[in-house]
Ligand binder design. Sequence first.
Ligand SMILES: Nc1nc2c(c(=O)[nH]1)N[C@@H](CN(C=O)c1ccc(C(=O)N[C@@H](CCC(=O)O)C(=O)O)cc1)CN2
Length: 308
Amino acid sequence: MTPSDPAPASARPGIGRLLVSCPDQPGIVAAVTAFLFERGANITHSDQYSSDPVGGGRFFLRMAFSLDGLADRLDALAAEFDARVGQRYAMEARFTDAARPKRISIFVSRYDHCLLDLLWRWQRGTLGVEVASVIANHDDLRPEVERFGVPFHHIPVTRETKPAAEAEQLRLLTGDAGTTGAGPGIDFVVLARYMQILSADLLDRLGRHGIPAINIHHSFLPAFAGAKPYDQAKRRGVKLIGATAHFVTADLDEGPIIEQDVVRVTHEATPADLTRWGADIERAVLSRAVRWQAEDRILLNGATTVVF
Ligand SMILES: Nc1nc2c(c(=O)[nH]1)N[C@@H](CN(C=O)c1ccc(C(=O)N[C@@H](CCC(=O)O)C(=O)O)cc1)CN2
């Protein structure tokens, strides 16, 4: 092997990410950094937050580090970290390889603005994800999606067909109807104005596969949860409207908030104006939330989030 030969994959340096949350106490950062240093890692970025600095709170940490042979060493590193550090501090810890894009499935109904915005950003490589599929309860957007070369699955949903429809959605997302197995490897789901409520059973089964879902709600939550928020906003006469990206829970529009934004409006705005101006905010807020999840920047803190 000459100096100019490329490093074998087993030695090629890579960027890893470590996400940690645990009860706060002295010594956590020292233990984590010592573990990484002793294994040849160079920490390139670090963010931390304590929910109660004077004690008794929860501690959150995100680190990026470079490590030779990362791709081949990640699983063993994670197992060793859990044994030597994680269990001692009762940590929830996750290691990821920054070079492996997250794989997502996008759910949509008939509104195209958030879907097409995500597909456009994916095509430009600015979203940090692989779009594995689009699942829709209407067939309207098939041509636009297939133009991007993305598989489109039309699964109609009615009150009667919902259990069967969700079983098919689960199969498409996990590969097996409810059992763990080598599936399409979806990392998370994005509800890009999907106008059906996901059942608690589906969310529970997705959770067991480690697949969270992110939704864009077209209001500045907690204001105007539920259906037709722009009509609600007009009736209330608000001077700011907005959009909210949140993790999906069984409780409609109640999930942990990831990102929000607003725009100023006046008494002259019609519901159509609000819908049009709101759509721009929805697209921007959802794309930021998706990129942050792709970059492992979000940790759950009870019913809220920590976003680094
Ligand atoms: N389990 C959850 N599922 C979904 C959530 C959520 O927070 N938890 N968010 C929605 C999106 N959404 C608002 O952001 C929303 C979607 C649909 C409805 C609604 O009332 N739907 C009616 C049917 C409407 C239709 O058929 O067009 C219903 O499901 O009965 C309210 C809010 C996505 N899913």
